[in-house]
Design a binder for this molecule. Structure first.
Ligand code: ORO
Length: 303
C-alpha cells in the first residue's frame, strides 16, 4: 500500500508536485499521465491578478537554481475559469488537487481563500504560502515569525473546514510549526526556497532582475531533510517534505525523517516526467524495505 492521509487529504501515493514547478497541471498533461500522482499543488493565486517580477527571474547555479518569479498569477477567478474544469476531472481520477493561496497581508490571504472556496469546490485542500522570498509584503515577511504565520493561519481557519496546509519558510521551524498547529493547520509543507543571491561578476549585476531570489534544487535537500525532521518532532500534524527531491531515495529520506508525503519541485523543470519516475523509485525502495505499507516507514529513522 502506497496510500497516505495528508491531514485529511487521502492520497493514493505520497508523491505530489511542489507549487510553482508544475503550473496548473494541464501544462504537463501531454508529456505524462498526471493522474498517476498522489496530488498536485497549483501555483499560488491571489484574489486579484499579480504581474510578478520582470525577467530574468530564473538562473542556474551549481547544484540548483534561483528564482524570483514574484508569484505572477491571473487571480483566483481567472484561474478557476481557465483551469478548473481540467483540475476537476483530475480530482475525479483520484489525484488530489491542493490550491496554493497567496496574499500580501492577512486580509488578502482571507479574500483569496474565500474565492477559492467558492470557485474551486473540486479542491481537496489549500496551501497557504507564507514563505515566498520574492514579494515585498506577505510571503516570507509574515511567515518568519510564530506570530506572523500564526496570524494568517488563525484568520484562514475561520474561512473553511477543508484541509489547510502552510508552506513554511526555512526558518525557526519548531516554533513556527507549533504556532501553526495551535492555530488549526492540518499539515505543513517544509520547506520553500532558501533566500539567496547569484551575481554575474562580469556585469556586476544580479543574475536575476532583483538582487535576491529563492534557491531550490538538490543542494537544498539535506537542509530540507533536517527541517522536516525538526517539524515532525515538533508537531503531531503531518509534514509534506519539499526540497531538492531528484530520486526516489531522496523522497525516501524525507519519509524516514518523518514526512507523510513528498513534493517534487525543481526536478519537474529538468525532466517534466521526473515525478512519475520518482514515484516508481519510491515504490521500489518501499518494497526493498520489506514492508507492505509505506506508512510503516514514516519517521522510521533509526538513530
Ligand atoms: N518562488 C519561490 O521560490 N517560492 C514561492 O513561494 C514563490 C516564488 C515566486 O513566485 O517567486
Amino acid at each position: 500500500n502506497m496510500a497516505v492521509d495528508f491531514g485529511g487529504v487521502k492520497m493514493k501515493n505520497p508523491i505530489n508536485t511542489a507549487s510553482g514547478t508544475f503550473g496548473y497541471g494541464w501544462q504537463f498533461s501531454e508529456l505524462m499521465d498526471v493522474s498517476q500522482l498522489g496530488a498536485i499543488t497549483t501555483k499560488g493565486c491571489a484574489a486579484e491578478p499579480w504581474p510578478g517580477n520582470p525577467a530574468p527571474r530564473m538562473a542556474e547555479v551549481r547544484g540548483g537554481m534561483m528564482n524570483s518569479v514574484g508569484l505572477q498569477n491571473p487571480g483566483v477567478a481567472a484561474f478557476a475559469a481557465q483551469s478548473g474544469p481540467w483540475l476537476d476531472e483530475l480530482s475525479q481520477k483520484g489525484t488530489q488537487v491542493i490550491c496554493q493561496v497567496a496574499g500580501h497581508s492577512t486580509e488578502e490571504y482571507v479574500s483569496a481563500l474565500e474565492m477559492f472556496c467558492e470557485l474551486c469546490p473540486w479542491a481537496a485542500g489549500f496551501e497557504i504560502n507564507v514563505s515566498c522570498p520574492n514579494i515585498a509584503a506577505g510571503g516570507i515577511a509574515c511567515g518568519s515569525t510564530p506570530e506572523g504565520a500564526g496570524d494568517v493561519m488563525r484568520a484562514c481557519r475561520k474561512v473553511t473546514d477543508k484541509p489547510l496546509f502552510v508552506k513554511m519558510a526555512p526558518v525557526r521551524i519548531p516554533e513556527i510549526a507549533r504556532a501553526l498547529e495551535a492555530e488549526g493547520a492540518d499539515g505543513l509543507s517544509v520547506i520553500n526556497s532558501i533566500p539567496g543571491m547569484a551575481i554575474d561578476v562580469h556585469t556586476r549585476r544580479s543574475k536575476l532582475s532583483k538582487p535576491t531570489g529563492g534557491l531550490s534544487g538538490p543542494l537544498c535537500h539535506p537542509i530540507a531533510v533536517r527541517m522536516v525532521w525538526e517539524a515532525a518532532n515538533a508537531v503531531d500534524i503531518p509534514i509534506n517534505g519539499v526540497g531538492g527531491v531528484m530520486t526516489g531515495e531522496d523522497a525516501a529520506e524525507f519519509i524516514l525523517a518523518g514526512a507523510t508525503c513528498v513534493s517534487v519541485g525543481m526536478a519537474n523543470l529538468v525532466d517534466p516526467t521526473a515525478s512519475v519516475r520518482i514515484l516508481a523509485e519510491l515504490e521500489a525502495w518501499a518494497e526493498s524495505q520489506g514492508v507492505n505499507d509505506i506508512n510503516e516507514l514514516i519517521g522510521a529513522l533509526e538513530c
